[in-house]
Design a protein. Structure first.
Length: 357
């Protein structure tokens, strides 16, 4: 694979377009995708605390449905930005505080059990949560205490821990809303990280050229595709249909597995196409943009055929086969981006930054 990348880079190294300023596509991505996407996430998360308070004060079906919808909207907003693994999303460990993923060993569940066993008072306020493990602060923790394994809302239902659960859920929701607002504000600030990306040069401590800045953003998109396949799909698929573990799909407990997968892939697609790199791609490589659109559309088609909630439906009506083909499609998208597009644009990298592939 690396030989293919190097060959593609070598083939394009003499093209004058490759030495051009990458600030214009970076500016387009910041203004056309990152700022509106983080603002939408912040707006959705801002509604989450009120929905928690409502379901905890009135346990009827309407309040439960409203909470479930608010949680899903917040999750959708997070999924569309979580691949932006640079700058503001990494500052203050925001990414892990928003969602502790992956968690194959059930660390969050064990730590939450301890919180409940000790009725820890600092779990009942957003400020208190900030000093605790990232595993118990965000959307993954809220899912564990607010939904049962069948995807039903149990938050606010009468049991011995009702009041404590409601207090803890309120703290998590306020924490998530606060982090989302800070993330959006950091990207909205014209003198913030966007200025770091757009002021690359010999005097910059972050990026020596706009090409370096572009490579950081570009490789985050590649890594996002790797995460979709290697962390979100393959563990759930297992080695065969008989060994599938649909509970390993992210956010499948709340019935949001398909929503999450669709939103993260859709976010990567919109961000990638938001660069409008077609105008910078040499004529021999203009086919790449059309191919990517086609492959992303195929991926969404397979997702549309998956019936939520996946924990209950995955072994029905060809769910496994659809997810397996989706994993193949995502790998194809990743290869097109990391090999063909990176080479066509003269960008170093395009590798999986999670394992150095």
């Amino acid at each position: 694979m690396r030989q293919l990348v190097l060959a593609a880079l070598a083939a394009c190294s003499a093209l004058p377009a490759m030495a051009a300023d990458f600030n214009p596509p970076l500016e387009r991505m910041i203004s056309n995708y990152i700022r509106p996407a983080t603002a939408e996430f912040a707006e959705a998360a801002a509604a989450l605390p009120a929905s928690v308070a409502a379901v905890c004060s009135d346990t009827d079906a309407q309040a439960a449905d409203s909470f479930k919808a608010a949680y899903a909207q917040t999750l959708r907003g997070f999924a569309r930005v979580h691949f932006l693994r640079f700058g503001p999303l990494l500052d203050d460990d925001r990414l892990n505080r928003l969602a502790f993923l992956p968690d194959p060993r059930g660390i969050a569940q064990r730590q939450i059990r301890k919180i409940y066993a000790e009725k820890q008072p600092d779990a009942l306020s957003a400020d208190g949560l900030k000093s605790k493990s990232v595993a118990v602060q965000g959307l993954t923790a809220l899912q564990l205490i607010a939904f049962d394994k069948e995807g039903s809302v149990v938050l606010g239902q009468p049991d011995a821990d009702r009041d404590y659960t409601c207090g803890y859920a309120q703290a998590i929701s306020e924490n998530v809303a606060s982090i989302a607002a800070a993330l959006a504000a950091a990207w909205a600030d014209p003198d913030g990280y966007s200025a770091v990306l757009l002021s690359a040069g010999p005097d910059s401590e972050a990026f020596r050229s706009s090409k370096e800045a572009m490579e950081t953003v570009f490789n985050a998109l590649v890594t996002g595709l790797i995460i979709v396949r290697d962390q979100d799909l393959l563990p759930a698929l297992g080695a065969s249909a008989e060994k599938a573990r649909p509970h390993r799909f992210p956010f499948s407990r709340s019935g949001n597995g398909v929503l999450y997968l669709s939103s993260e892939l859709g976010g990567i697609r919109d961000a990638l196409l938001g660069f409008d790199l077609e105008r910078r791609t040499p004529e021999d490589f203009r086919w790449i943009a059309g191919t990517l659109r086609f492959e992303f559309d195929n991926a969404q088609t397979y997702l549309d055929r998956l019936e939520p909630p996946l924990r209950q439906t995955f072994d029905e009506e060809g769910g496994y086969d659809q997810a397996a083909v989706l994993a193949i499609t995502v790998k194809s998208i990743r290869d097109t981006v990391a090999l063909e597009l990176a080479g066509a644009l003269g960008l170093a990298g395009g590798f999986n930054s999670l394992d150095g592939d």
